[in-house]
Design a protein. Structure first.
Length: 92
């Protein structure tokens, strides 16, 4: 399992075929990492994500999941995850 603690490749569509072509003799799965996605969109900016940032991050997440990611990992003690604002859940 790769992509733990919020760190992963973000372009899984390019990674998996290369590994398959090598004849990799083991099973491999990858999570998509929050820190990698946030870093690609926002670099290391110390601010909450805003509308366009969230849209771009959702698109990267959606693409990664469609390309074979098996889940999402966070490592909020690592930069840039330390800059993420806590989620605010709405009920009702």
């Amino acid at each position: 399992m790769t992509g733990n603690c919020g760190g992963s490749k973000t372009d899984l569509a390019a990674i998996f075929p290369r590994l398959e072509k090598l004849g990799l003799g083991l099973n491999l799965a990858s999570l998509i990492g929050h820190n990698s996605v946030r870093g690609k969109v926002m670099r290391n900016e110390d601010r909450p994500a805003e509308g366009a940032d969230n849209t771009r991050m959702r698109l990267l997440m959606d693409t990664a999941m469609r390309d074979g990611a098996v889940g999402f990992s966070t490592g909020l003690i690592y930069v840039p995850g330390t800059h993420a604002a806590p989620a605010r859940w709405r009920t009702g």
